[in-house]
Ligand binder design. Structure first.
Ligand SMILES: [Zn+2]
Length: 417
């Protein structure tokens, strides 16, 4: 492991929001490599670093978190292969976010929007199109792509220096966004302090995080990997913000990333909207503040693992050829936990242009190929690893000429003809 001076790495011994030391473990997914550590052919013969992946619950503030934090420079190396712009669903989501914020009066011509973890600039583009000045903050190589595409991006992790540099050069931000990144940053207190320093007095902070309610209801355990340190309910988000001087003024549920919660927060003390208050009530009714709910969740996951593995092994025994579609952090958790390796899946397909093509999946060593190979090959079964957008992917694959059967792995394994 690389040397790190960050105190927020390693085994998590207390709640990251309320510092409760009595965290209750409810799901052990085994040891996993970091999910974006795709391997070259040569590296298949080397040892892979793996880290424990367990889920724990805090019964004081109801935060769900993983109990081991891998140093961020290992989880997000400079050659990090994820590109927001490759996911159509996210492009639509960010356009919708900008439209909603325009309707709600947050967009100001020549105002400043700053996106934290801005990747290739996909989120900021619609804000720019609406006449705002935009600045992204992104530590990986995606920053170069954003700059090339005209979205000004500072290539760095979020820190005090970057914040003061941005405020000095561009002024305070009317809008600060952090989508699907909030759960990634290990030191929430500095994160919120940095957001507050970026924001103008009346500025609004918008964050989107995967929503704990969806993860529990839809059995989305595959969203658990070392990039996602915490899984939020509105109650736990509100508690974390309050503790650090921000109030959640509104919140909304959106479909991005298999079900996300979007919250709007401002500096100072404000009341929650009725919509947000209702959501807290719904969380309580759904059992999100109750440990039993999580024990049931873990039991169902263990069952689905047995069902899926026996289905695949049975098909394999009958001589079927099975390949996968897409390769992502999510699918890497799924494959590794289910122990689905290259002796079950011949390969998995990714869109042309994906930097993963030609590499092997971490931990399970399945070759990643151009998805067009699926059409020329016509395997008997295609397992949809991005099952949260399964309908869309099956439609596309039929349209481009795949004739075999599909397998949807979760929440209940099924074959679709
Ligand atoms: Zn807590």
């Amino acid at each position: 492991m690389k040397k790190t001076f960050n105190k927020y790495v390693g085994h998590v011994k207390e709640c990251q929001i309320c510092r409760n030391k009595n965290l209750k473990i409810f799901l052990s997914l085994g040891h996993h490599p970091v999910p974006q550590e795709y391997l070259t052919k040569e590296r298949l013969h080397e040892m892979e670093a793996t880290y424990p992946l367990n889920m724990v619950f805090c019964d004081r503030c109801s935060l769900v978190q993983i109990d081991y934090i891998v140093p961020p420079e290992i989880v997000f190396p400079p050659d990090y292969p994820y590109r927001t712009g490759l996911t159509n669903m996210l492009i639509r989501n960010f356009q919708a976010l900008a439209d909603t914020m325009e309707k709600d009066g947050y967009i100001r011509k020549n105002g400043l929007a700053v996106d934290i973890g801005s990747n290739d600039g996909t989120l900021l583009k619609p804000f720019k199109a609406k006449g705002m000045r935009v600045v992204g903050i992104e530590p990986t190589g995606a920053a170069d792509m954003a700059n090339k595409n005209g979205v000004t991006t500072v290539k760095s992790f979020l820190n005090k220096d970057v914040v003061s540099r941005i405020v000095k050069k561009y002024g305070s931000a009317d809008i600060v966004t952090a989508t699907n990144v909030f759960a990634h940053i290990n030191d929430t207190e500095s994160l919120i302090a940095n957001v507050k320093n970026l924001l103008s007095k009346d500025g609004v902070f918008v964050s989107e995080s995967q929503y704990l309610m969806d993860i529990i209801k839809k059995l989305e355990f595959d969203t658990v990997y070392h990039e996602h340190l915490r899984f939020y309910s509105l109650k736990s988000l509100a508690r974390m913000f309050e503790k650090n001087g921000l109030s959640i003024v509104d919140s909304d549920i959106i479909t991005a990333a298999g079900g996300s919660i979007r919250v709007y927060a401002k500096k100072g003390k404000y009341k929650m909207s009725p919509r947000a208050k209702n959501l807290i009530l719904a969380e309580k009714l759904a059992g999100l503040y109750d440990f039993k709910t999580y024990e049931n969740f873990a039991k169902k996951i263990s069952e689905v693992r047995q069902d899926l593995l026996s289905l695949l092994l049975k098909l394999k025994k009958n001589g079927a050829r099975i390949v996968g579609l897409t390769s992502s952090c999510r699918s890497n958790t799924l494959l590794r936990y289910m122990n689905i390796t290259d002796d079950i899946l011949d390969y998995t397909g990714e869109k042309r242009g994906s930097p993963k093509i030609g590499m092997f999946t971490p931990g399970t060593h399945i070759p990643v190929v151009d998805e067009e190979k699926i059409i020329t090959d016509q395997p008997d079964y295609l397992i949809i690893l991005s099952w949260h957008i399964g309908e869309e992917l099956m439609r596309i694959m039929r349209k481009v000429g795949y004739k075999g059967k599909f397998i949807i792995p979760l929440p209940k394994p099924k074959i679709v003809k």
